[in-house]
Design a protein around this ligand. Sequence first.
Ligand SMILES: Cc1ncc(COP(=O)(O)O)c(C=O)c1O
Length: 285
Amino acid sequence: MVIPNDAYGGTFRLFAKVVARWGVEWSVADTSDPAAVRAALTPKTKVVWVETPSNPLLGITDIAAVAQIARDAGARLVVDNTFATPYLQQPLALGADVVVHSLTKYMGGHSDVVGGALITSDADLGEELTFHQNAMGAVAGPFDAWLVLRGTKTLSVRMDRHSENAVKVADMLTRHARVTSVLYPGLPEHPGHEVAAKQMKSFGGMVSFRVEGGEEAAVEVCNRAKVFTLGESLGGVESLIEHPGRMTHASAAGSALEVPADLVRLSVGIENADDLLEDLQQALG
Ligand SMILES: Cc1ncc(COP(=O)(O)O)c(C=O)c1O
């Protein structure tokens, strides 16, 4: 399989430390470059896995382009759509074979449930996935299923507000003297901006940025934030801040998916935007 050079640390851990033991070989590609995906394919490739926007560097993959490349090679395209949600982006309509969601995040929306979903429009594949789900026991309990179902009722309004607030946060950070770069696909200067504008309704609530002063400075910003709570998760109504290198992506250290030490990741919530901007400004000092 081909996996992206930027992805949730646990996804990388699953491929590198679990699936690899079953004899599945994987190679890493910068999936924001369709030519790099084509170059990473081998005659054995069965799956191309992408995350767009990606965690935590907010890279954008052109889903339609990569779907075509995978199809031509007889491989299936899997898209982790957790950051975007089905409200902002529909990978199946763009040619993907399977969509993956962490339901724990925006779909649930309130940081009170853990779950995941696989979605496909291929009936045979769907049946096979259901067989494995039943055989392996990854079945949601009724209360968890109900919490996710309730979350979907407010998904659209939450995502609109997450995106609106994230645009304001990203804009403020681009003008802050201590911030060396802002990673947000809604910014016109983001290398994936045009593709994101084509395939997403708006740009979502995740924003990452790099801080002057390296790892210690990044950790200090996380610790000083007050409205943004320090936390590994994302996608809830409340704003969270974290240091990917030490937290969510610690398992990718030393690999092609290692993240910069001066990186801070924000899950921008639906609070009053002025409170969020003020909090980040005081945290940056
Ligand atoms: C993009 C992405 N996919 C999958 C997951 C895994 O989700 P869960 O924590 O629900 O297992 C995460 C978690 O952070 C994620 O960010």
